[in-house]
Write a protein that binds this ligand. Structure first.
Ligand code: ACM
Ligand code: ZN
Length: 751
């Protein structure tokens, strides 16, 4: 072989070698060396400390390597650090500076040395070793042939944060025990150490409590709108099994038992726990509900202490999460028992009552050697003594907690809510997260224990969880483990690409890294058409579409150039990944009319939070769907929607139609009344019809309806005015009673 060719080959080879290091989270120090360690048929694992706890790690290694690595003969030998070949597990107290979770992994052509001051560190050393193995290793069957190699490396590693968590909401949607265990495995693989298990919700109580059997007999089941029963729960034995499984993988399971809010399922089981004592049903809607535990009733407090007693017997976690978020005070304001409690304890208001109520459980948990965590609402009315705060409404909760000497965990909606669409929180956004607020000084920063990514399951039953968690959780794992100065998004993204074959092997149906589709619609008034452009947000995907109403698949039309919408068009789009069955589905309807592209004059401004396409939103030709967050709906909070459209000259018209959305759990109602007016001069308007809401505001389905008027004789007009009345505030029966009601409008169509 010619020398230059040889050098080129060596260079290519080492480039490939570098590219193959795919470890996530990125180790703090990693040096790639020449050569490989080859796993052949025989391997000796040395427990050099001759320590039974180390043996558990050795056995774990042995089992995986035999099962998945097809390494036929593995012996575990105690002692013998000086032997030349093998895999060595060392406990070395001199590595205490790396903490319990830190480790060194040193791979040469003859030995693999994993060294740590604690078996936790050894476990993470093993995870890094696992990530150096070929992706195939992680599949159900493992390697097809024995004999594979891993590159020689030297790694020194430890985590930035000690709390690296994920919240799994099994309240809204029940997830089976095996699924939860699978997530524990996935967390461990990416060196996350906390499963925050959300076990009680308005829509379902998921944990067996022996003293209160109705919690699971009644509270675990809901009757859906179609009459079907939905639910499930974990028996105490199943919980113990999950907790033990997690312990073996160094994952702490923090149970969340929500109080005083999000407690409808408990109240449906035992109505005497609420202020009214009235029988209610386990919720079927998503949202925030006004029936909460009565804080004035000692029975309720004793009930919750009994529940927490059984919870503590199942979960060894030092931390117990009690929720504390989103508890409307409406019932407490109208409850004689709650009002007496306020008076007798000289409390200022219902916020102080919440603080007092939570204080009962803070004290109770402390007496039992545990610590209370709550969402940042527990700051309102005064933070109780031993509480740790989980900041979700931004970082302010964490800042306030740290400044007052309390610990905090951060999981703000801006970066850590993985139930949010990828268009809101993409991979890069998660990666940019800084868990330490700039505002804090050196001392206060120590109170930030770490963070979590949250999977609320309203729109994510079990089968959708992978697509929301992955790949975003890879970014969160790196944010929480790797020191900020060692992080680089472009380099991280390359490792993410190398993780996809691993995720595939693990059976993870991962989602997208960013919004899979960029969509633009340009109206050409002179040609009377809309040009719809679709652009891929991510490589490795294809766009397919239909205009027939059928759901597109790989056999549908493949998008290559702008789609033309003349008059009206119903477009269904699928973005399908080439290497994965996960798809992103999207649909939009388009409508050209005499009002298209004419900017309406508004009496009251639209909300900046729901502005859709801004001034063009109501006449851009793109129609809103049943999803109020689809980017087409323009929101009006507490005010009427009054719009005037100038057609430019006197024009014959036959119909006027305006679309609205109702989504009552989100406080969005159809206008109770709408009136259309026409005018020749834009000054004097003549009423041409009054319409009322097509369904009751109590109708809970998400609905889109058009308020349409057909003119019996074609009218001539230059100006059209739409006056859509807002309910003003949410009615008394509604969970948001008294709060500002919304109108969501799109679009105004004049023909
Ligand atoms: C929360 O998202 N309500 C904590
Ligand atoms: Zn009460």
């Amino acid at each position: 072989m010619k020398k230059t060719l040889f050098i080129i080959l060596i260079t290519l080879f080492s480039m490939r070698l570098n590219a193959q290091i795919k470890i996530i989270p990125q180790p703090v120090e990693i040096e790639i060396k020449k050569g490989f360690f080859v796993f052949d048929n025989k391997l000796i694992v040395y427990n050099t400390a001759n320590d039974s706890s180390v043996n558990s790690i050795a056995v774990y290694l042995k089992e995986t390597l035999i099962n998945k690595g097809k390494v036929a003969d593995i012996q575990i030998v105690n002692g013998a650090a000086k032997i030349k070949k093998g895999l060595f597990l060392f406990i070395n107290k001199n590595l205490r500076n790396l903490g319990d979770e830190g480790y060194e992994l040193n791979i040469t052509q003859s030995r693999i040395d994993i060294t740590a001051s604690h078996i936790r560190g050894l476990f993470y050393g093993v995870q890094s070793l696992r990530q150096l193995l070929p992706a195939e290793f992680e599949s159900k069957t493992g390697m097809t042939k024995p004999g594979f190699k891993i590159p020689c490396v030297e790694i020194t590693d430890n985590p930035k944060f000690k709390w690296r968590g994920m919240l799994l909401d099994c309240g809204r949607h029940f997830m089976d025990k095996e699924f939860v265990k699978r997530y524990i495995d996935l967390l461990a693989y990416y060196k996350m150490n906390t499963l925050h298990w959300h076990l009680t919700e308005d829509q379902g109580w998921r944990i067996e409590i022996k003293k209160y059997p109705k919690l699971t007999e009644i509270g675990s089941w809901r009757t859906e709108a179609d009459g079907s029963r939905y639910g499930g729960f974990y028996s105490q034995d199943e919980i113990k099994e999950v907790v033990e499984y997690a312990k073996e993988r160094f994952v702490n399971v923090v149970p969340e038992i929500e109080l005083p809010g999000h407690s409808v399922a408990a109240i449906a089981s035992y109505p005497n726990l609420s202020c009214t004592g009235k029988q209610i049903d386990v919720e079927t809607q998503w949202g925030v509900f006004k029936d909460i535990y009565c804080a004035g009733n000692d029975t309720t407090i004793n009930f919750l202490k009994d529940v927490l007693t059984e919870v503590m017997s199942l979960f060894p976690s030092k931390y117990i999460h009690i929720g504390g978020d989103e508890a409307p005070k409406y019932r407490w304001e109208n409850c004689t028992k709650c009002q007496s409690r306020i008076k007798n304890n000289v409390l200022k208001d219902e916020h102080e009552l919440q603080s007092w109520f939570i204080g009962q459980f803070d004290e109770f948990l402390s007496q039992n050697g545990r610590k209370l965590i709550g969402w940042d609402e527990i700051l309102e009315g005064g933070l109780s003594k031993g509480a740790t705060v989980q900041s979700w409404r931004g970082m302010e909760g964490a800042i306030a907690a740290a400044r007052s000497g309390h610990d905090a965990i951060v999981s703000p909606t801006s970066h850590a809510y993985f139930d949010y669409d990828i268009s809101n929180i993409n991979l890069e956004k998660v990666y940019s997260f800084n868990p330490i607020p700039d505002e804090l000084n050196e001392n206060e920063r120590k109170h930030i224990l770490g963070g979590e990514c949250n999977l609320w399951s309203e729109r994510a039953p079990q089968e959708k969880v992978d697509g929301r968690m992955f790949p975003r959780i890879l970014a969160m794992s790196e944010v929480l483990w790797t020191y900020p100065e060692k992080r680089n998004f472009n380099e991280f993204r390359k490792r993410v690409q190398l993780q996809y074959p691993v995720l595939k092997a693990l059976g993870v149906t991962y989602g997208f890294e960013r919004e899979p589709l960029k969509f633009t619609a340009n109206t050409d008034i002179s040609k009377k058409l809309i040009l719809v452009n679709l652009e891929k947000g991510q490589e490795g995907t294809d766009i397919f579409y239909t205009t027939s109403g059928i759901k597109p698949d790989r056999k549908a039309l493949k998008y290559s150039k702008a789609i033309v919408a003349k008059d009206s068009l119903k477009l269904k789009v699928a973005v399908l990944a080439n290497d994965n069955d996960n798809g992103f589905y999207y649909e939009r309807s388009f409508k050209m009319s005499k009002s298209t592209a004419l900017i309406p004059k508004l009496k009251f401004p639209y909300s900046q939070n729901y502005k859709a396409n801004g001034d063009n939103a109501l006449t851009d030709g793109v129609l809103g769907t049943e999803n109020f967050r689809d980017g087409n709906w323009q929101g009006y909070e507490g005010v009427d929607m009054i719009a005037v459209i100038d057609l430019g000259k006197e024009t014959e018209i036959s119909t006027i139609s305006t679309g609205f959305l109702q989504s009552t759990p989100s406080w969005i109602f159809f206008p109770p009344q709408l009136e259309y007016f026409i005018s020749k001069d834009g000054v004097e308007f003549r009423s041409i019809g009054v319409l009322t809401a097509p369904v009751s505001p109590k109708d809970v389905d998400n609905l889109v309806k058009y308020y349409t008027i057909n003119l019996p004789i074609k009218a001539k007009t230059q100006f059209v005015k739409v006056v859509a009345k807002n309910m003003g505030s949410c009615p008394e029966w509604h969970p948001g009673a008294g709060g500002k009601a919304w109108i969501f409008a799109d679009e105004i169509i004049i023909e």
